[in-house]
Design a binder for this molecule. Sequence first.
Ligand code: GLC
Length: 550
Amino acid sequence: MPAPRIVGNSPADWWNHAVIYQIYPRSFADGNGDGVGDIPGIISKLPDIAKLGVDAIWISPFYTSPQKDAGYDVADFQDIDPLFGTLEDAQALIDTAHELGLRIIVDLVPNHSSDQHEWFQQALASGPGSPERARYIFREGAGSSGELPPNNWESVFGGPAWTRISEADGSPGQWYLHLFDSSQPDFDWNNPEVWELFRGVLRFWLDRGVDGFRVDVAHGLIKADGLPDQEIIKDPPVGAGGPFWNQEGVHEVYRDWRKILESYGPDRMLCAEAWVMPLSKMAHYVRPDEMHQAFNFGYLATDFDAQALRAIIDESLEAFGGVGSPSTWVLSNHDVVRHASRFGADFVSGAHPTGSGPLSPNKPDTELGLKKARAATALMLALPGSAYLYQGEELGLPEAIDIPDADRQDPTFFRTQGERYGRDGCRVPLPWDSAEPANGFNSTGETWLPQPPEYAELARAHQNGVDGSTLELYRSLLALRAEENLGKGTVAWNEGYPDSVIAFDNSAITVISNTGSQPVELPTGELVVASQPVESGVLPGYATAWVRTS
Ligand code: GLC
């Protein structure tokens, strides 16, 4: 096995305790002013992210794509979309990250391709039963003349998971499966050619120096034999099963990939996006010969509630500890309502926290949401293991709720005829400096989604160096987490607090999180950081403090 590369101060198993910052390229920073973020934009702002004190970045897809699902519809896994730049730009990004001491992981989307991928185009041009069709999941329709979909599966974005094609002669033809948008046909992972394709993609990016991959829809690659009907559940809870989720066969794929990664050295990693519950099942993805990490979506879907948090933290430590892997923690990403808004509204614990819009019943209380979000982050960053941050949460950005229908882009909005707003509200271009066009996102003022007015005062430049700002809170938390080695520590619960409070020791720090409205007394010791101002040793409601007690 080759030696690990030296990047900053990170050890070979850097991911075990790392804080990883998610960059969503469309909305991070726009170098050419066309309204969509790009790689030169990312490179120009990367020093700010390094200064935040994170260990690594994860870049959502920047590959060639018609952008029907914001880049998760990939037409060429080994090239960059001109919207974002060139392969040379991607190489410069990888190198710049490393020079700044940041590890970099890229997104891998193995469940499906774009319908513009050359394989799918070849599949359409070739007839039923051809090897070209066998790379995807084509089936004859049901009904007397094949006019019905092959089974009752529903797309995650709404509507049927099957689309019927016209054959080359114009006659109504076979149906193909797409768990997501109709522009995202699912690969058939029973086909060895698909395995070979992705082995090549892994090597392509590893050769360019990436430190790992975030694996999209990791629990979806293998479908149940015979494609049996699914049980239709309205508003399924996080991690609900079904004949296309979490089939045993997926683990073979990750065992294969693990070997490829290890052939590049001990410092390359895989992180599973697997919405699988309970966590004991999710933990199967991070057994010693599979992936290295999985996003802890059980934690993400937990309300800011002391008892619920304690339960999910215990469950996480047990489930992941049971397979010898530190847990991850995450509160926000590009698919869920930003936690600064989620915690200010009635999102149900355990439910999938997607989409919020002008007519949603759960309008967030922004002030309360931000307080709880800061407290929740201060709790999360004190936990041992690895944490994921989503761009903009360090500014305390709320979800953009009032996006006009005409500006919405998420296929979920269209596939449900507007019934579900989808994920645009967490994907709005970042505010850097409100004195600049588009709050500093670019120099032209164009943005692919409109920025809400409240983004101006939350711009990074206005929080920089400002005591008590969310940005400075994140910086302090990250610096202290590193200094106190909290990522490598353990959780020892402190008892004796009211039910609305959780408290634990990790290394020399006692962490106390007040999820209720009533103030509580802090333990004796040196207050090192708090998510709200603390007076006379009393922690206000909806706040977290770190106290050095030993
Ligand atoms: C994952 C991505 C999401 C995307 C979907 C289909 O869940 O995070 O953004 O729409 O996969 O690729």
